[in-house]
Design a protein around this ligand. Structure first.
Ligand SMILES: Cc1cc2nc3c(=O)[nH]c(=O)nc-3n(C[C@H](O)[C@H](O)[C@H](O)COP(=O)(O)OP(=O)(O)OC[C@H]3O[C@@H](n4cnc5c(N)ncnc54)[C@H](O)[C@@H]3O)c2cc1C
Length: 437
């Protein structure tokens, strides 16, 4: 039967968290997932021969985050520290300078005295226009687009102020066996009282108070009293006719406007496996004039600017990352061309020939998340009126349709698994309160 108490669209962290909470509370739950796997932006791939895994999507627990670590502990899934040193490479020079944004204190002073929100790009052009601030402006742009994967012309100063001043203990963790084991745990719990249907792309949603129907691309209808829509903001922004896009009957005007005003970034992740971790080798040390044997993260001004190792593990996988408008601009580029840009960037940094790197490359994978129809981007970043938009989207429609996802979270761990899990848990709680109230 295609009828449930609660339909959940999307089997990512938010959808599965909500599903398991509601299934554990005795509700009949059906999860409709467009892809042929669960996890969404959690995408762990295991090598059948070695058993090793790589993370094509989320990889780190960014801090001692209570919901994520609590769930890992509950599931008995171990995690280990991924804290490591950060190396900068600029114009031929490697350094480990932690204060990598010049005039940082001045920038924070300006942000603190700001009375009205504006974009970070506008603030820099107004307050720091001179040549002496060229490097500062470039570093801020690189940070906002690299880490937050946002567009500096839209990213909110108030949100960045909050993010940069939050109590960040720099703790980083990786999940043993990959993040997907956490999703498998949630899915197991959910299946005890419900089901998860893969390859089920929802196209239309029909809504009236106390009744909601989802129609799939294949024409199958599912019905429930309530629905949690846990698809990415990128999919909600997509125009009618695009794969994955969803049409509402009747249209949801206020929600649609809020969706368009919120920021959703762009990202490409590049995974390269070499014959050995050459960045730690004696030859590299001699060639570049210093040891990188503790290197975890590498920031550069190259075309593919950010890289990281699996330190402390001596793995031969090197991961590249490009976010924000520069990643958006590569949305249509072929994976092969992006790979070549990655190799050229590494060749420049390590003073090697691209041909040598090609010969040493064993396997590679380019994951262009902005081009993926069921994601269409990276994760949310705050634009100027993001809080008001979140309030709108966190308000259920007729007590029947509830939105969930990382983009609806209000804390400081924005854009993360923590944000998605928290949103899923909170929506499940609201639904239970609605039912019992
Ligand atoms: C490359 C990358 C690296 C990241 N790194 C980290 C990290 O290190 N640490 C961290 O905490 N976070 C990281 N994040 C962010 C984190 O992955 C996300 O915040 C989180 O996974 C989002 O969960 P979600 O449930 O909100 O959305 P999703 O995981 O995107 O789940 C939404 C689900 O909806 C499905 N769907 C879409 N359209 C439809 C449709 N029409 N019908 C049915 N189903 C549909 C999708 O297939 C998907 O399964 C990263 C993200 C990316 C892209």
């Amino acid at each position: 039967m295609n009828t449930a108490d609660i339909l959940i669209v999307g089997a990512g962290a938010a959808g599965l968290m909500a599903a398991r909470e509601l299934a554990n509370a005795g509700k009949k739950v059906i999860v409709l997932e467009a892809d042929n796997r669960i996890g969404g932006r959690i995408y762990t791939q295991h090598d059948a021969v070695t058993g090793k895994h790589i993370e094509l999507g989320a990889e780190f627990v960014h801090g001692d985050l209570p919901v994520t670590l609590g769930l890992l502990n509950e599931a008995g899934i171990p995690y280990r520290s991924a804290s490591a040193s950060m190396v900068q490479y600029n114009e031929g020079v490697f350094s480990e300078d932690e204060s990598f944004i010049e005039h940082w204190d001045l920038l924070i002073d300006k942000l603190n005295s700001l009375q009205q929100d504006t974009s970070i790009e506008e603030l820099m052009l107004k307050e720091f226009p001179g040549d002496e601030y060229n490097r500062m402006r470039a570093s801020v742009r690189q940070f906002v687009s690299g880490y937050d994967t946002g567009d500096p012309q839209k990213a909110s100063c108030f949100a960045l102020r909050k993010e940069w001043q939050s109590d960040d203990d720099n703790a980083q963790h990786r999940v043993e066996g990959g993040y997907v084991s956490l999703m498998d745990f949630l899915a197991r719990e959910c299946r005890a009282g419900g089901k998860i249907l893969l390859n089920t792309i929802v196209k239309d949603i029909y809504l009236e108070p106390g009744k909601v129907s989802a129609i799939t691309v294949g024409g199958t209808a599912f019905h429930a009293q309530r629905m949690i829509l846990a698809v990415p903001l990128g999919v909600l922004k997509a125009g009618n006719g695009q794969t994955g896009a969803i049409t509402f009957y009747p249209p949801l005007k206020a929600h649609a406007e809020a969706i368009q005003q919120m920021g959703f970034g762009a990202v490409i992740k590049i995974l390269l496996e070499f014959d050995e971790p050459f960045w730690y080798s004696k030859q590299t040390e001699e060639r570049i004039g210093r040891s990188l044997d503790q290197m975890g993260y590498l920031l550069s001004g190259e075309e593919i600017p950010t890289w990281w190792t699996q330190f402390p593990e001596q793995s031969s996988v090197f991961t590249g990352w490009i976010g924000g408008p520069d990643a958006e601009a590569k949305k249509e580029m072929t994976d092969e061309n992006i790979l070549m840009q990655g190799l050229q960037s590494l060749a420049n940094i390590f003073r090697l020939g691209v041909e040598e790197l090609q010969q040493r490359l064993k396997t590679w994978k380019v994951v262009n998340w902005t081009a993926k129809p069921f994601t269409q981007g990276s994760y949310a970043y705050d634009t100027i009126n993001a809080s008001a938009c979140r309030r709108t989207l966190n308000t259920p429609v007729d007590g029947t349709l509830f939105f969930a996802g990382e983009y609806l979270y209000e804390g400081t761990a924005m854009g993360t698994i923590e944000a998605a899990l928290t949103s899923g848990r909170d929506v499940a709680e609201v639904i239970q309160d609605t039912i019992s109230g």
